[in-house]
Write a protein that binds this ligand. Structure first.
Ligand code: C2E
Ligand code: MG
Ligand code: MG
Ligand code: MG
Length: 291
């Protein structure tokens, strides 16, 4: 404990390295513990998926759902991806964990279909590291075969930064994924350092405007200009466009007026467990009966 350490350092006078050492080691020890916990997390079944609706702005109906990973580290802690994705990207665990996410999403999608719900596309996030690893295309193909999901019900989201990291190789892999019938979208659009040329080069179908541009939409003329420009660009390239981080009706109205097609954010729902998400799905029989 810091107090005793401090006291100890004072008491030992010049030997105060004894105070600094344990403090530095603590951060390293915490990282080490997190990492070793993560190594066992898949086997211990500690991961789960949440689902956040993406709404059609025109009809206010469900368009798709984004799949967001959660880690139940222990009884108290449900850990958000920003705290552990960077670690598993670095140590390579993102490859098996990412594969688990894709499989789990496909199985959930099939389970909802079998239970009589309308098919809704699920959007899964992919890291650059998953592309670098040679096995992605084969493992996706295996998952499609084994779960029987229609590839049109699957989307992959990739950040522009991830796209730019391994140009040639990434393009080849994305072409193969696209050929399988899985749609690709650019995540966090506008925040990476990249040219727009990749929109032409990669087989992308959808752009997701980063929530940084949506946050102050009502007050910032600059953000409004940027968002309007992205929407116009998407339209002329015949790409779909989603606004992320939509939290209030003001933002929604502005997006609608600017011709944005889709919106995602706390205004509609936070990421929800599969039990909660199921309540958002329309039932097939109700839709067929015109209810
Ligand atoms: P992302 O793909 O951009 O996902 C959207 C993030 O914004 C989610 O955070 C979501 O909870 C949050 N969000 C949604 N609506 C709102 C809103 O109205 N206001 C605010 N303030 N936030 C909103 P989350 O779930 O913490 O995920 C963070 C990031 O972690 C994701 O950003 C994605 O890059 C990454 N991630 C999540 N799941 C996976 C996964 O399975 N694989 C990989 N590789 N990355 C993942
Ligand atoms: Mg995403
Ligand atoms: Mg995003
Ligand atoms: Mg993000």
């Amino acid at each position: 404990n810091a107090d005793t350490a401090m006291y100890h350092a004072k008491a030992t006078g010049r030997n105060n390295y004894k105070y600094f050492q344990p403090v530095m080691n603590e951060a390293a020890a915490q990282h080490f513990e997190l990492e070793s916990n993560l190594r066992n997390a898949l086997a211990r079944d500690q991961f789960s998926l949440t689902y956040q609706p993406i709404m059609d702005i025109g009809t206010r109906r469900l368009h798709a759902m984004e799949v967001l990973l959660r880690w139940r580290r222990n009884e108290q802690d449900l850990v958000l991806p920003d705290c552990f994705i960077p670690i598993i990207e670095e140590n390579g665990l993102i490859v098996p964990i990412g594969e688990w996410v894709i499989r789990q999403a496909c199985e959930q999608s099939m389970a909802w279909l079998r239970a009589g719900f309308m098919p809704v596309p699920l959007a899964v996030n992919l890291s650059a590291r998953q592309f670098m690893h040679g096995g992605l295309v084969a493992s996706v193909r295996r998952i499609l075969d084994e779960t029987g999901i229609d590839p049109a019900l699957l989307e992959f989201e990739i950040t522009e930064t991830a796209l730019m990291q391994h140009g040639e190789q990434t393009q080849e892999i994305l072409e193969q994924i696209n050929a399988m019938g899985i749609r690709l979208s650019i995540d966090d659009f506008g925040t990476g350092y990249s040219s727009l040329a990749y929109l032409k080069r990669f087989p992308v179908k959808k752009i997701k405007i980063d929530r940084a541009f949506i946050k102050d939409l009502a007050n910032s003329a600059e953000d409004r200009a940027i968002v309007a420009a992205i929407i116009a660009l998407s339209g002329s390239l015949q790409l779909s466009v989603v606004a992320e981080g939509v939290e209030n009706e003001g933002q929604y109205a502005l997006l609608q007026r600017n011709g944005c097609q889709f919106a995602q954010g706390f205004l509609f729902s936070e990421p929800a467990s599969h039990e909660e998400a199921r309540l958002l799905l329309p039932r097939r029989d109700a839709v067929l009966a015109g209810v």
